[in-house]
Ligand binder design. Structure first.
Ligand SMILES: Cc1ncc(COP(=O)(O)O)c(C=O)c1O
Length: 355
């Protein structure tokens, strides 16, 4: 079966870029005879992550969800409110609940889909922790407010690792940085995640993932360990991050050219910051679902960035409602071939109604 047919669509919404380096790295773990958790590849990956974020320490775990849960456990959110963006992947809220916290949903900023300006300050006395997500490859402007925030901030860099906010790297802001390395993310480990931060926090996080730790029997986060094979894969991807970011930006420029005057509909990082083009999000007002169907009928895996309205019936979230109705995510990733890109551009033209 070819890779394309394995994804069930001519051009899938996401597909990792896996090459010779990744193959050799995974084979290396087999050759060393250590494929489980805690071997050389894990240690090397953790060191590389800490260096990449210029932080003292890093812990690799089994998923982004586990990373979030562990960070929340260390921050001790049991019974406490945790602020999260309403317009976000459902795993965020689930991690808060598993860690014993009470999710506090915040409506989206219309430009970067993260917390609107002033949100962190406004949470004083209301929430113990906030999960600041750089959403869909867009750097979150409110990261610059973290230093003065009246609560602990977990910074989720999953989709924007390699990006910058006002000259500072994504991942430079929160008390913890967390990430997912599942197959659709900027860096693919197959599955995987990480918590990055101070030596003390990372050591505490390690205890939460260790079934042999001195925590009470029901305390450690289950299934949090990551195999060396996944670490070897993700570590190789980390060395290729700049290449991935450049290739994504090149493809975004081609899509922008196709859209011409309609390119204003596309969400992009402001001039003083840089994103990663993890997603190419275009507004099709009121017709996101129709546009997704149209794209798929044309063989292109368009998708809605947040497929379910988790915030529905839970308060007033006008921006999230509008984003849900308007935004379509167009395939953009380094493994797209030139022919794929031309196909996506033709489909984009049709969906947006450009003759
Ligand atoms: C921004 C972000 N953080 C964390 C996660 C959770 O990651 P995982 O699927 O590895 O548990 C996701 C999942 O899509 C995500 O989009």
């Amino acid at each position: 079966m070819s890779a394309d047919s394995a994804y069930g669509m001519l051009i899938p919404h996401s597909r990792p870029q896996l090459g010779r380096e990744e193959r050799l790295a995974v084979l290396g773990t087999l050759d060393r005879g250590w494929v489980g958790a805690g071997g050389e590849a894990s240690r090397e990956f953790e060191n590389a992550l800490a260096a990449a974020f210029q932080r003292p320490a890093a812990l690799a775990v089994s998923s982004g969800s586990a990373a979030l849960e562990v960070a929340l456990r260390v921050a001790d959110v049991v019974g406490e409110r945790v602020a999260i963006p309403a317009f976000a992947c459902a795993s965020i809220e689930r991690a808060v609940v598993r860690a014993g916290g009470r999710p506090y949903l915040v409506d989206a900023d219309p430009d970067d889909l993260s917390f609107p300006p002033g949100t962190l300050r406004s949470l004083a006395g209301q929430c113990k922790v906030a999960i600041l997500i750089h959403q869909f490859g867009l750097p979150a402007a409110s990261a610059t407010e973290v230093a003065d925030a009246p609560l602990a901030v977990i910074e989720d860099a999953t989709t924007c690792v390699g990006g910058h906010v006002l000259g500072r790297a994504v991942g430079a802001f929160g008390r913890f940085v967390v990430m997912s390395f599942s197959a659709t993310k900027m860096l693919c480990g197959g599955e995987g995640g990480a918590v990055v931060g101070s030596a003390e926090d990372v050591e505490a996080a390690r205890r939460w993932t260790d079934p042999e730790s001195d925590l009470p029997p029901d305390a450690p986060v289950p299934h949090a360990k990551i195999p060396d094979m996944a670490c070897a894969l993700a570590a190789t991807q980390l060395t290729r991050l700049a290449e991935f970011v450049t290739r994504r930006a090149d493809i975004a420029r081609l899509y922008d050219e196709t859209l011409g005057e309609e390119a204003h509909r596309v969400l992009r990082a402001p001039d003083n910051s840089s994103g990663t083009w993890w997603r190419y999000l275009i507004a099709v007002p009121g017709d996101a679902a129709g546009a997704v169907e149209h794209g798929r009928a044309d063989g292109v895996g368009f998708s809605q960035p947040v497929p379910t309205r988790q915030w529905d019936g839970r308060g007033h979230f006008p921006v999230s409602d509008r984003l849900y109705q308007d935004l379509v995510s167009v395939p953009i990733y380094p493994s797209l071939h030139d022919g794929d890109i031309e196909h996506v551009r033709r489909t984009l033209r049709k969906v947006v109604g450009i003759e």
